[in-house]
Design a protein. Sequence first.
Length: 389
Amino acid sequence: MIYIAGAGIAGMTLALALAKLGVKAVIIEKTKGLQPEGAGLQISPNARHVLNQLGLSSALHGLGFSPQAIDIYPFKRAKPLKSLKLGPFAQQRFDSPYIVIHRADLADILYKACQQSNLIEIHFGITGFDMITHANGLSVSREHSDGHIHEANPFAFVGADGVHSVTRTKILSGPDASYSGYTAWRALIPTSMMKAELNLFHTSLLWGPGFHAVAYPHPRRHVINIALFSKEKLGANTGKKSVAPNLPKIALTCPRFNAIIESSEGEWTNWPLYGVKTGRWHKGPVGLIGDAAHAMLPFQAQGAAMAIEDAATLAPLLANANEPQTAFATYYAERKNRVRKIISISASNGEIYHMGAPFSYARDLVVLAQGTTGHLRRLAWIYDHKIPI
Ligand SMILES: Cc1cc2nc3c(=O)[nH]c(=O)nc-3n(C[C@H](O)[C@H](O)[C@H](O)COP(=O)(O)OP(=O)(O)OC[C@H]3O[C@@H](n4cnc5c(N)ncnc54)[C@H](O)[C@@H]3O)c2cc1C
């Protein structure tokens, strides 16, 4: 039996992958129920390949949406500089589609699949956990919200408890997450209000000097998911809701940014972006996956994908290991370089998207030169990565 802290994307994917291999998983989650924060996720073919092997393909097909292209809008440009192909082209190239999905829908798909397995237990409302290692292995205690304490002796403990992971900081004595300097502002805007501004079948990437935005549709919910990104100091309003995002004033001189900001009927959620840098992903029978191990900037849209890949890599290793430490050591060796490379690309994308003139002119020429499918060739090493479970 494997203990997992966190019923997020990483934790539930790991439980499903273990169950597929006949191994029991117990998930302990601190919230009282599923509380998927945030609004949307892009799920690239590398992650989809894993989820398909867990039998989730038709549920994802039903609730996700496959944008036909990514429209690139440099600052103040009326028409897209280029529309980079996705849709059937990406599906054919990578054997799995590139989709966008509401986070609540993905969480629900994973949760329902977990509920259908008699090898997975999920305990919500866990107020704390502790563990000791000894000659006979590992003893874990979990505390429920009513105060009762339950003890167990799992083969291994996996911290999938997100960016501010207690498993990382307290159990493995690893570092705290550090603020990246970037903040995301997120909102859902009724599709009808964006008709004139954005192609409603495409993902849109809007660039500006010092800020950028990503927008994509959730057609079943009749909303467009918008995330605006800029640099901001942590302050009293960090993490709070607000009627308008706090972007540099120059953003409002661009009609499209202006329309997005004005069209939001609800509130914008301010979301400070933290990163995790640690080489200590495991010790003894305890390991980390997902954001707990390597939270990154979302500018390559790969954080959840890496969490899903981690789960797919670790599950067979744990299922077949005599010693958990051997499984964790192999997992770390297999994952670390790929994850580091993606952390680095995500950070450089931030610099590229936020370029001002004259560097932005050179950037735009590169976009034109790479054509409508060059991005898929350039990023094939990410999307073509297939992990068998
Ligand atoms: C603005 C933004 C946009 C993004 N867009 C994308 C995208 O398009 N594509 C993509 O692949 N990634 C994207 N990401 C990244 C993605 O959201 C994360 O990488 C992903 O959610 C990580 O999953 P996780 O399961 O590791 O962590 P989480 O989803 O954070 O789950 C952690 C779980 O652990 C629980 N937990 C925490 N502490 C404890 C504890 N002490 N005990 C028990 N349980 C605990 C939490 O309640 C939570 O349920 C984006 C991120 C941001 C901020």
